[in-house]
Design a binder for this molecule. Structure first.
Ligand code: GLP
Length: 241
């Protein structure tokens, strides 16, 4: 695992974006694993700058989001389908028909989850996966105790995750209780992983994921099993290393 510690969160976005851009510049049809949350926002902002500068194009790329809430309408502004469309697809110029988000509204959720995993494989697998990390160590929505072998499936959100994400909703009660998320096993199949974290609230999770023992209680520690994982953090998020 490569650990890159940078003075500011802006530099975290720039350095991580450079890695994504180089994969896509080399392979315009690359499959990019997309994350939501505040952590990757700096990546998307820097990638947008690169697209506008003509350095890279996502027009031929494909995208697969990590996760989605279960039980909120697709058009809800905080559904991950809406967030990915707004924060990623439109600004970076992805072809919307080449970007998928797990279907948290499917009548048969278990089938939809299996089909999502199959679609990633059918696309040739993810070339580069963007990741954030939750304060409790989750990646995607793989909450503590997730199996390292897990595939895309339905999960119950941890109370602390619902509280952390309540900022995006009118009240805690409005935060969904379940989600569909790529499993840790699914994520580990990506050819390259780029995890970003900023701020002191992530310091414990980063330290446990990077330097702690492999543990299903720290889903981010699964990155230690990957041959090409890069962790890009600011000094505050690196404080526990
Ligand atoms: C969210 C997402 C994750 C994200 C994490 C951290 O709930 N499902 O993909 O990495 O929690 O979020 P943030 O980047 O906003 O701190």
């Amino acid at each position: 695992m490569e650990i890159i510690i940078l003075p500011t969160s802006a530099e975290v976005g720039r350095v991580a974006a450079a890695k994504i851009a180089s994969v896509v510049a080399e392979k315009p049809s690359a499959v990019v694993g997309l994350a939501t949350g505040s952590s990757p926002q700096g990546i998307y902002a820097d990638l947008r700058r690169r697209v506008e500068a003509g350095e890279v194009s996502f027009a031929a790329a494909r995208g697969f989001a990590l996760d989605e809430y279960v039980g909120i309408p697709l058009e809800h502004p905080e559904s991950y389908a809406s967030v990915i469309a707004r924060d990623v697809v439109e600004p970076l110029g992805f072809d919307p028909s080449r970007v998928r988000v797990p279907d948290g509204r499917a009548a048969d959720l278990a089938f939809a989850a299996k089909e999502y995993d199959a679609a990633i494989r059918a696309a040739g697998g993810v070339d580069v996966q963007i990741l954030g990390i939750g304060a409790n160590g989750h990646i995607g929505f793989n909450e503590p105790t997730s199996s390292f072998a897990s595939r895309t499936r339905i999960k119950t959100l941890a109370p602390s995750t619902r509280e952390a994400n309540a900022r995006f909703f009118d009240s805690l009660d409005d935060v969904p209780t379940h989600c569909m998320t790529q499993g840790l096993g699914t994520i580990l199949e990506a050819r390259e992983l780029v995890l970003v974290a900023q701020g002191s609230a992530k310091a414990d999770a980063v330290a446990a994921a990077v330097e702690g023992p492999l543990s299903s209680f720290v889903p981010g520690s699964a990155l230690q099993l990957h041959e090409h994982a890069t962790v890009v953090v600011d000094e505050e998020a690196a404080a526990g290393l």
